[in-house]
Design a protein. Structure first.
Length: 245
């Protein structure tokens, strides 16, 4: 498993979510801090400036200052991961790289990748420790099955409800996916339900908000179908987002 955090992300909710999920499925966890390649390019410009959010003062954006800021942030997140992993005895590692957050995360050899929800400045993301259901998108693909299995274990560990988002419609494949999800709930004796809906981007994000979900798990094939700009997912998600591969 990987928990991926970019520059200027608080990281607290993503780290706790990743640690709890790793504990639930019995996996090792890699913390991945991604230095923004775009910020590095900007800092190399001769007229690059930064503005303090506290004082409004502008000053040159120097590469040395940026390097120190990234180093401090990486150290903070590594300490946070170490503390949370010790709580659950999860094996962990920490990696610092540079580039695009999503590209760097998807390049890792991991079946589950946790991203911190940005969710807009006025809508703070919720974590699985808050009260609310865990949502898992299920389209009967192998990735969806892995995601559902992980979500079920975490829901059981947390004592939370499981809501499986299944495709609506009367086509044979859609009915089969719904039946598989219902059979899964019965076999696992899981507390939860299936929720048929169109598995489009807006519908799934709307359901996550309406259900007040505290975790949203999306299989990679569904995420790819939604948009070429996959990085928009964490921006819009109202809770931590997990991509299952």
């Amino acid at each position: 498993m990987v928990v991926a955090i970019g520059a200027a992300m608080p990281g607290r909710v993503a780290v706790k979510t990743g640690v709890d999920l790793a504990a639930a499925v019995g996996a090792a966890l890699e913390g991945l801090f991604v230095e923004s390649a775009e910020l590095w390019r900007v800092s190399a410009l001769p007229n690059a400036r930064e503005t303090s959010t506290l004082t409004g003062i502008r000053r040159p954006l120097a590469a040395g200052d940026l390097e120190r800021a990234f180093r401090v942030e990486a150290a903070r997140l590594e300490r946070l991961l170490a503390t949370q992993a010790e709580r659950t005895r999860v094996a962990w590692s920490f990696t610092v790289t540079r580039g695009d957050l999503w590209a760097a995360a998807l390049a890792r050899n991991a079946e589950l990748i946790v991203f911190e929800a940005m969710a807009g400045a006025n809508v703070p993301p919720r974590s699985p420790r808050a009260q609310g259901p865990l949502l898992s998108v299920f389209d009967a693909t192998p990735q969806a099955r892995r995601g559902l299995a992980a979500t079920t274990r975490l829901a059981r560990m947390m004592g939370s409800e499981l809501v499986i988002l299944v495709p609506a419609g009367n086509a044979t494949a859609l009915r089969s996916a719904r039946k598989q999800a219902e059979d899964w709930l019965a076999a696992e004796h899981a507390t939860g339900c299936t929720l048929p809906l169109c598995l489009e981007y807006g519908s799934v994000m709307g359901a996550a908000r309406l259900q007040r979900g505290v975790l949203l798990v999306v299989p990679m094939p569904v995420a790819v179908e939604w948009s070429a700009d996959i990085s928009a997912l964490a921006t819009d998600a109202p809770c931590p987002l997990v991509i299952a591969r």
